[in-house]
Design a protein. Structure first.
Length: 90
């Protein structure tokens, strides 16, 4: 199954922002910034990564549920695999 390109472009943008935030955390550490500021920024990076992961899983679930396979059969939703991916982000 290939993920929807439009949805993944949004995820890619989110990940690029998170990458910038993470670079900011490294910079803050190098500059010896206050612990509270560093932790708050790191928390923002973590949330952005989690949201990107959930968006990828949600997209995959939608595609499995609504898109038929190329041979005309309905796509089988591998519930256990998606559940494992989902829980890996928890």
């Amino acid at each position: 199954m290939e993920l929807d390109k439009d949805e993944m472009s949004k995820v890619t943008n989110r990940l690029k922002r998170a990458q910038g935030q993470l670079a900011g955390v490294v910079r803050m550490l190098d500059e010896g910034r206050d612990c509270e500021d560093v932790v708050m920024q790191l928390s923002a990076v973590s949330r952005a990564l989690d949201r990107a992961g959930f968006a990828i899983i949600a997209s995959g679930m939608r595609q499995c549920l609504v898109q038929p396979e190329q041979d005309g059969a309905t796509a089988a939703l591998d519930v256990q695999k998606l559940e494992k991916l989902f829980l890996s982000l928890a």
